[in-house]
Design a protein around this ligand. Structure first.
Ligand code: DAT
Length: 174
């Protein structure tokens, strides 16, 4: 029996914008599989060197892509990462860039324990819409959507919209 085709969704944006919260809830609501790239890299030690400035391991992008490619070809995946140009363009049917006001983002990242340069750099990343521009360069512009993620109401609305989009995609492609 042939499996129903299901879409692959990329959730991207600056750390703290709500990708993980949205992605996990979305997986529950749609039955799609949620993958957090940071966790995947940690579990498989998919690293290539160490970044002294940021005091964190450097992602081995090729191994991350190899690790996921079979699943992505099958479809039905939700990918969560604070970057987007490392993935093959063919992987995704839709790309959501979550956006948060910088004052709110500052508070969220501070309570996550970010401080100093790491905190400043991440808030600047959001102010200069770095990830949105990265997404617009890496993917066809008509599949890239920005979603405001300031309040719990925003979270609910985004969830609702993506669930509906996903259901429609499944109808249209099967
Ligand atoms: P990310 O995965 O993008 O780093 P997260 O899902 O871990 O972000 O969320 C960071 C924190 O902010 C977490 O405590 C939940 C909160 N948050 C996320 N989106 C929100 C929203 N739209 N409204 C209120 N709080 C939100």
């Amino acid at each position: 029996m042939k499996m129903r085709k299901r879409p692959n969704i990329l959730l991207t944006g600056t750390p703290g914008v709500g990708k993980t919260t949205l992605g996990k809830e979305l997986a529950q609501r749609t039955g799609l599989s949620y993958v957090n790239i940071g966790d995947l890299a940690q579990e498989g030690e998919l690293y290539d060197g160490y970044d002294e400035e940021y005091q964190c391991p450097i992602l081995d992008e090729d191994r991350v892509v190899d690790e996921l490619d079979d699943q992505m070809v099958d479809g039905g995946m939700i990918i969560d990462y604070h970057g987007c140009d490392l993935f093959p363009e063919r992987w995704f049917h839709i790309v959501f860039v979550l956006r948060t006001d910088n004052t709110q983002l500052y508070t969220r990242l501070e309570s996550r324990g970010y401080a100093g340069k790491k905190l400043q750099d991440n808030v600047q990343c959001e102010i200069f819409q770095t990830i949105y521009e990265e997404a617009m360069e890496a993917y066809s512009e008509d599949i890239v959507h920005q979603l405001t993620s300031n309040t719990p109401e925003d979270m609910d609305r985004n969830l609702e919209q993506i669930v509906q989009w996903s259901e429609q995609w499944v109808k249209d492609n099967n």
